[in-house]
Design a protein around this ligand. Structure first.
Ligand SMILES: O=C(O)c1ccccc1NCC(=O)[C@H](O)[C@H](O)COP(=O)(O)O
Length: 213
């Protein structure tokens, strides 16, 4: 058993929250993106957040959200972190961090070496960095596509802030991804689902176990 921290993203039911907590994950992610099969209303997310036991950090995932949208989410849902998964600039990340007083994790899509500079830029303003696969051109979703990137690009690298590895992780490949990259935190959505937006408790348990083995 290691100290790897796991985030399970895209929870939609109280049973999902219970499965994530029972498996020993550190973070539960709630998606606010209308086109996503994992999208929640503020009322739904509030119900799930209130069902989360102490110690399970509640993360709201937003995409290029304006202040009115963020005001409503932060005002309506008890949260521990904001995850910015759009094209938010470093200045916007700093602004959101200052406005809400919550830790901010910025997602950065990686496909090749050229994407790595952005990781440094965002690590000067965000509390954490989520290193994810860059979505393919024309993809309906900016994340949660179940696609991996070449983990060797970030293998054994160091950034200014804590970071999380994401993109196409599954119970079958997460141990190898951790071994290659030395990630201390991992994030998954599609890889623990039986269908888009439908979490599978057995896969959640298997994922956390494999990550922490
Ligand atoms: O999950 C979504 O539907 C989603 C929508 C819009 C932006 C991001 C989204 N998901 C991001 C994630 O769930 C994860 O942080 C990450 O991208 C890993 O996803 P996956 O490859 O499916 O494990």
């Amino acid at each position: 058993m290691t100290d790897i921290r796991v985030k399970i993203c895209g929870l939609r039911t109280e049973a999902d929250v219970a499965a994530v907590a029972a498996a020993g994950a550190a973070y539960a992610g709630f998606v606010f993106f209308a086109k996503s099969p994992r999208n929640l209303t503020i009322a739904q997310a509030a119900t799930l957040a209130l069902a989360a036991p102490p110690g399970l950090a509640k993360v709201a995932l937003v995409v290029d959200a304006d202040d009115d949208t963020l005001d409503a989410i932060v005002g309506g849902v008890p949260l521990d972190m904001l995850q910015l998964h759009g094209h938010e600039s470093p200045d916007r990340v700093a602004e959101i961090r200052a406005r809400y007083g919550l830790p901010v994790m910025k997602a950065v899509g990686v496909a090749d070496e050229g994407d790595l500079a952005a990781l440094f830029d965002y690590s000067t303003v965000a509390d954490q960095i989520l290193i994810d696969a860059k979505p393919p051109k024309g993809a309906a979703l900016p994340g949660g596509n179940g696609l991996s990137f070449d983990w060797r690009l970030v293998a054994q690298r160091r950034w200014l802030r804590p970071w999380m590895l994401a993109g196409g992780l599954t119970p079958d490949n997460v141990a190898e991804a951790i071994r290659l990259t030395n990630a201390r935190q991992v994030d998954v959505s599609s890889g623990v689902e039986s269908a888009p937006g439908v979490k599978d408790a057995a896969r959640i348990t298997a994922f956390v176990k494999a990550a922490q083995a």
